[in-house]
Write a new protein. Structure first.
Length: 198
């Protein structure tokens, strides 16, 4: 989530770094404080996919209270994902703006993030945004049940998010970002990003 710089009297963007506003501290304590943090973080979106938030992406792993300090645990999507620094900044800004200081954001690498952490409703949001969600789980396991529809056909090509046609072809392994591939729909000939299982 990026915010446009405020405009001055001449309609020009102020190039100076923005000072953080003074905010009223949130007086909630205990579980209510944790809930307030979760609520504030609902508004922190994936910088690359502004329709899904960090919880839906699976990056936000935990919010816990130790003493007065909120401890936010995040797991990066990919090592070296260029969006991670932005995500951390956005988390800090959201908590600060809701008066939820003090807080600490820590990064946990294990277990490693996987696209499997995105729910079916997140897949729907991706599709509505024009991105085909992962077509199968990254962690296929023979002895687990198959509770999710798209698990039953591993290694298929993604369906077109525009017209739902299963006839799609790979154009490039890397689309708009490294975590997405570029496909084209044979039916409606629209190109689209595919969120690769990872
Ligand atoms: Zn199509």
């Amino acid at each position: 989530m990026t915010m446009a710089a405020p405009l001055d009297a001449f309609g020009l963007a102020d190039p100076r770094p923005q000072k953080r506003e003074q905010v009223t501290p949130n007086s909630a304590t205990g579980p209510a404080r944790v809930q307030a943090a979760y609520a504030a973080l609902e508004a922190v979106m994936d910088p690359e996919i502004p329709v899904i938030n960090l919880r839906e992406l699976g990056v936000l792993r935990d919010v816990a209270l130790q003493g007065d300090t909120l401890h936010i645990t995040i797991t990066p999507t990919y090592a070296g994902c260029p969006a991670m620094a932005q995500m951390r900044e956005d988390i800090e800004a959201a908590l600060h703006n809701q008066g939820l200081s003090p807080f600490a954001v820590r990064t946990v690498l294990s277990p490693a993030w996987t696209t499997d952490w995105m729910s079916a409703s997140t897949h729907d949001k991706l599709r509505a945004y024009g991105i085909a969600p992962p077509a199968h789980l990254s962690t296929e396991s023979a002895n687990t049940a198959q509770p999710i529809r798209w698990h039953s056909k591993p290694q298929t090509t993604p369906a077109c998010p525009q017209c739902a046609s299963p006839l799609t072809t790979l154009i490039a392994q890397s689309g708009s970002t490294a975590c997405k591939a570029l496909y084209r729909c044979v039916q409606c000939s629209e190109p689209f990003d595919y969120f690769k299982p990872y």
